[in-house]
Structure formats: structure tokens, C-alpha cells
Write a protein that binds this ligand. Structure first.
Ligand code: XMP
Length: 513
């Protein structure tokens, strides 16, 4: 176990992921956790993350020097590097020389941390202060134009640090630097793999559940599918999955769950076709939040009705509910300060408060990419494992205006074409998500054949992102956009115009509603 101490930067999760990519298990802890508690977890090493711009800022998180007393190896990154320098008797100065973005770091003396790397490393920096003197006994191994001490180490004491961010993609050889610390300085063994996780979880679930029965709401998304498959692997028919088909899914998705997923997992599946019910309640509703609330409410109602049926079937008691909670959700709900409720996400906000089940959350320690690997390990269809995120309220929030069967058909056809062409271009994994939105209340004039048309626009919203918190619009090749546009206007008669959304997030959200 490697602990990543979060000093409030968005980088802590990325560091934890990179450590796991090095096949070493990692967890994130807040900097407010007392050092004794951190050490009680018996970590093999500790990594101090980046954080606010200055260790001298009022209210800047302090580093308890006690962390170094235990002789656990410590690696400091950016703010963590400066806090470490200060705690061990070095000097940090606010020189006013700021360094942001791409910077060339010159390796003067590779030591252990930078061994075998080129003399110049293109690296990602983000700092205002700088370490002007390394602590006693430390070797300075690199510098940059604005930081004379950009890396230092005392490997015999298990200590090292860098001013830049080796965890970000833009830093050359960042992964190797992390591995040098983990393996060569801290002596970690690289044994964390997805095979281990599956075995470990299967064991744990069996122990937790005993002979009780378990239910799971399957959405067709990656997380719930993998969570359910894992639980199925552990306890077989003691698990019943409920799939509420709200009629707002994309083309063929419901069939895929019923057919391919069951074929791959042999899971006990109860499908509830509730499309008419949802459409009935959504009729005439145009306000986005209102749509979300209706869908959330109907979803819970439908699921509870199915649950009651299962409770009434003879057998051992039903005591557990499976949830596809991921590690970022756990971290964010633990340290979720100031996260404004921008939209009510129904699968987070709408759980009944008097939940009479215990939760099974087999993916609680995993990142999305690890969940995908577990899914592959469990033999799930690639189309499911690599599916883009899709919102719980489905296509209802991709129709601007009221939702009805006709509009659903239009957006579903257009979406299927866009996805098909993206896949054919081999770009599925280059975009995070590709919402296709129907402007239901907007019409524009067009001409097709010899006639005037008065149809609806379709908006293409391909985005790239790391975590959906921020996003940028994807620069898809013009030829691909052209093919999508031509096919949609040819094959979906109600649509006579296709437009591209070129807004980043912020200010736009990924979805239109
Ligand atoms: P926004 O539109 O807020 O979306 O930028 C961020 C990510 O969340 C997804 N999303 C949802 N997922 N239930 C979900 O499960 C919801 O109600 C919901 N609303 C948005 C969205 O698709 C994107 O990935």
C-alpha cells in the first residue's frame, strides 16, 4: 500500500492511478489525517501531492514533520516537494518567479530517481515558490530555468522529491520517475493486477453475503455491469439483477443487456419494460430539472416494485444491494467541499433514505480504467466494457423540449449513425463521450431534392475529458463530421441540419440539459 496525501490539488487521483499503473496498490488520504493514522495503515511509501501555490499562503496545509520520523519512504511532488524541503530544514522562497506549463528540466546528476533518463526532460510545472536550498544530506539532481532545485533525493533514507508533476501526461518519463521512487527507492513490489482483484473480491463477497440473497439495479453502463458480473461470479444465483428499461436508452442498448450480457455472465436478470410509464409521466414536460426528477422518481418506484416481487419469492432473505460505486466517488464524497449541485444526478441523489439493505460495493477501490480491465477479465462484451458514459436519464435530456416517442426515435437514429461512424473511424477511445442532441422546439428552413423542408437541427457534442468535471470539444476530422452530417440528413427525414458544439466545459456542461 502506498498512501497519496492529498493537499487539495486535482492531481492526487492522477498520482494514485499512476502508482497503480506501476502495479502498486495506492489509496488517497486527506492531508488533515493525523500522521499516526496514516502510519497505522502500514504504508510501504507515502507520496505528498501538489496543492496550493505557496507554502507561505495563509491557511496553506501544513506538513507534520512526524511523517519523516517513521522512516517510511516519502516522495514529494510540487507543493509536497516544497513542504518536504521546509520540514526537513531546507529553504523555500517566494521569489516571484512563476513557472506554469511546459518547462525543460535539466538533469545535472541523475542519482537513483532520474537514472537512465535523458539530460533534458520536458515537464509540466505549476509553481510560484521555489526550493532555494535542499535540506542537509540531500543531493540536488535537476534544475529548471525558474527553479535551481527542481529535484532532490536522499535514497538511503528513502526520500526524494520533484518540483514538476511527473503524473501528468505532458511530463516526459513521468511514469519511469514514479517507478524509480516506488521500486528502487521505496522497495515496493509490483504485484497489483486485475486478476488479484477479481479473486480477492469474489472471496470477500462470499464471506460478506453468506447464503443471503442480493439484488442489483443494472443500468447497462460499465460500472453496474461489472459490479453485478463480479457478484455473480462470487455467489451465482443468489443474485438477481433488475433492469428497468425506461425507454430512454440508445438504439439496441436494452437488447444488448438482455442478450449479450446474460450470455456472457449467466446472470439472473429481471427486465421491467416501463417505457410507457416513463413516457406518460414525461409528456409535455420541458424543464430539464423537472424531467430529471420525474425520471429519478419513476426509476425508484419501478425498482422498488420489482424488489418487492423478489422479496416475496421464496428463498433465503434478501439482505444486500449491489452498487457500482467507484473510487473517485468515494474520494469526492469524502472531501467534497464546495461542489455546487449543478444538476441533480439521480443515481447519486435519489437513493431512498430508509435503505433496508447493506451495500455491496465491489468497485469501491477502483478507477474507471481498472473497472474496464476487471470487466474484460470477467469476459464481458467489449461493446459494454468500452461504452462511453451515458446519463441515467438517458435520451430524455438529449431532447431539448418535451419528450415523446417520435422525438426519441429521431434522436435515437441520429445517435446510432454518429456512434457507428465514430467506431468505423476507429476513434471510440479518443473521445470521452459523444452526445447527440435534438433541438425539438427549433426548426429551420432547408432544401432537399426540389422541395423546401422545415426540419429540426441535430447537435453533435463530441468531447474529450479525463473525469467529466472539465471537458474540451473534440477536434474530430472534418471528413468524419461530413459523413455523419450527410448520413443523418439523408437517413433521418425530420432532420435537415447538423451543427457542431464547440464549447468547452466550463462554461458549457457536457449534456445540454
Ligand atoms: P454534465 O452535463 O454535467 O455531465 O457536464 C457530466 C457527466 O455526467 C453525466 N451525467 C449523468 N450521469 N445521471 C448520470 O448517471 C445523470 O443524471 C447525469 N447527468 C449527467 C454526463 O453524461 C457526463 O458524463
Amino acid at each position: 500500500l502506498v498512501l497519496v496525501v492529498d493537499f487539495g490539488a486535482q492531481y492526487a487521483q492522477l498520482i494514485a492511478r499512476r502508482v497503480r499503473e506501476a502495479k502498486v496498490y495506492s489509496e488517497i488520504v486527506p492531508h488533515t489525517m493525523p500522521v499516526e493514522q496514516m502510519l497505522a495503515k502500514n504504508p510501504k511509501a507515502i507520496i505528498l501531492s501538489g496543492g496550493p501555490s505557496s507554502v507561505y499562503e495563509p491557511g496553506a496545509p501544513a506538513l507534520d514533520p512526524g511523517i519523516f520520523a517513521a522512516e517510511t519512504p516519502v516522495f514529494g511532488i510540487c507543493y509536497g516537494f516544497q513542504a518536504m524541503a521546509l520540514a526537513l530544514g531546507g529553504d523555500v522562497a517566494n521569489t516571484g518567479k512563476r513557472e506554469y506549463g511546459r518547462t525543460d528540466v535539466g538533469v545535472s546528476d541523475p542519482g537513483v530517481l532520474l537514472a537512465g533518463l535523458p539530460a533534458t526532460l520536458r515537464s509540466w510545472m505549476s509553481h510560484g515558490d521555489e526550493v532555494v536550498r535542499a535540506p542537509e544530506g540531500f543531493r540536488v539532481t535537476a534544475s529548471s530555468p525558474r527553479a535551481t532545485v527542481a529535484a532532490f533525493e536522499a535514497p538511503e533514507r528513502g526520500l526524494a522529491g520533484v518540483q514538476w508533476h511527473p503524473e501528468v501526461m505532458h511530463s516526459e518519463h513521468g511514469q519511469r520517475i514514479l517507478e524509480h521512487f516506488l521500486v528502487d527507492i521505496a522497495g515496493c513490489r509490483q504485484t497489483w493486477t486485475m486478476v488479484n482483484i477479481v479473486d480477492e473480491q469474489v472471496e470477500r463477497i462470499r464471506e460478506q453475503v453468506g447464503d443471503a440473497r442480493v439484488i442489483c439495479a443494472l443500468s447497462g453502463g460499465v460500472d453496474s455491469s461489472v459490479a453485478a458480473a463480479l457478484v455473480q461470479r462470487a455467489i451465482g444465483d443468489q443474485l438477481t439483477c433488475v433492469f428497468v428499461d425506461h425507454g430512454l436508452l440508445r438504439k439496441d442498448e436494452a437488447a444488448q443487456v438482455e442478450r449479450d450480457y446474460v450470455a456472457a455472465t449467466d446472470v439472473n436478470l429481471k427486465v421491467v419494460d416501463a417505457a410507457d410509464q416513463f413516457l406518460g409521466h414525461l409528456a409535455g414536460v420541458t424543464d430539464p430539472e423537472e424531467k430529471r426528477k420525474i425520471i429519478g422518481r419513476e426509476f425508484i418506484r419501478t425498482f422498488e416494485a420489482a424488489e418487492i416481487e423478489i422479496l416475496q419469492t421464496p428463498g433465503t432473505p434478501v439482505r444486500f444491494l449491489v452498487q457500482g460505486t467507484l473510487y473517485p466517488d468515494v474520494v469526492e464524497s469524502g472531501g467534497g467541499e464546495g461542489a455546487a449541485n449543478i444538476k441533480s444526478h439521480h443515481n447519486v441523489g435519489g437513493l431512498p433514505e430508509d435503505l433496508q439493505f447493506s451495500l455491496i460495493e465491489p468497485l469501491r477501490t477502483l478507477f474507471k480504467d481498472e473497472v474496464r480491465q476487471v470487466g474484460e477479465q470477467l469476459g464481458l462484451p467489449p461493446a459494454m466494457v468500452w461504452r462511453h458514459p451515458f446519463p441515467g436519464p438517458g435520451l430524455a435530456i438529449r431532447i431539448v423540449g418535451a419528450v415523446d416517442a417520435e422525438r426519441l426515435r429521431i434522436v435515437r437514429e441520429a445517435d446510432a449513425i454518429a456512434r457507428e461512424e465514430l467506431t468505423a473511424a476507429g476513434l471510440d477511445r479518443d473521445v470521452w463521450q459523444f452526445p447527440v442532441v435534438l433541438l425539438g422546439d427549433v426548426r429551420s428552413v432547408g432544401v432537399q431534392g426540389d422541395g423546401r423542408t422545415y426540419g429540426h437541427p441535430i447537435v453533435l457534442r463530441p468531447v474529450s475529458s479525463e473525469d467529466a468535471m472539465t471537458a474540451d470539444w473534440s477536434r474530430l476530422p472534418f471528413e468524419l463530421l461530413e459523413r455523419i452530417s450527410t448520413r443523418i440528413t439523408n437517413e433521418v427525414p425530420e432532420v435537415n441540419r447538423v451543427v457542431l458544439d464547440v464549447t468547452s466545459k466550463p462554461p458549457g456542461t457536457i449534456e445540454w440539459e
